[in-house]
Design a protein around this ligand. Structure first.
Ligand code: COA
Length: 163
């Protein structure tokens, strides 16, 4: 049986923390689908297509990966893709409560799909896409948190406010 894991998120933009998690997952599953959410209750800075393109660029060298956008319920998309596993990252205790709710809701709607959690490397446990954008907007150096292509996309998006 092929084991397919789906890793959903907003990825606005994809960071080195996400990539670290995806690299770990690619060693564990036959296929990892990076599912970029159109609707996640956030107002993304990058369009869905931009977020998909950036993820594809960053992940070119990672095996067994597919990047897809979705605008449905996550569990419906997981079923459509024949994924048995939803993968989420846990960085700190503060992630737990939201993840607990998400997992509970998803399990209620799709009991056959398991949610599994991985932890990124510790140097990425404090990164988030919002913090990266805030830093970039205020002229901070985010080059160690994101891929160089994401760095230049952020520069373009934030009108060259990055040093
Ligand atoms: N490294 C760095 N940052 C990480 C990370 C990691 N390993 N893991 C999570 N993050 C950050 C993200 O960058 C994000 O930061 P932000 O809030 O600043 O944008 C934050 O942690 C959590 O976001 P993420 O993991 O991307 O998830 P999300 O909360 O943006 O996505 C969905 C939530 C997409 C999974 C959820 O909204 C969903 O399933 N939507 C589809 C519709 C649906 O089914 N809704 C019902 C759900 S019960």
């Amino acid at each position: 049986m092929t084991t397919t894991a789906i890793y959903p998120g907003t990825f606005d933009p994809i960071t080195n923390g996400h990539t670290d998690l995806i690299q770990r997952a690619s060693k564990l599953f036959d296929k990892v689908i990076v599912a970029v959410a159109e609707h996640s209750g956030k107002q993304p800075a990058f369009s869905l297509q931009e977020r998909i393109d950036l993820a594809n660029t960053v992940l070119t060298n990672v095996d067994k990966i597919e990047v897809c956008g979705f605008d449905t319920l996550l569990v419906d998309f997981a079923r459509q893709k024949n994924a048995q596993i939803i993968l989420r990252g846990l960085r700190a205790v503060s992630d737990f409560e939201y993840e607990f709710q998400l997992t509970g809701m998803n399990r209620k709607m799709a009991p056959e799909i398991e949610t599994l959690f991985l932890m990124p490397a510790e140097q990425y446990t404090y990164i988030s896409s919002s913090l990266v954008k805030e830093l970039a907007r205020l002229g901070g150096d985010v080059s160690s948190f994101v891929h160089e292509k994401v760095f230049s996309a952020l520069k373009d998006k934030l009108k060259n406010k990055i040093k």
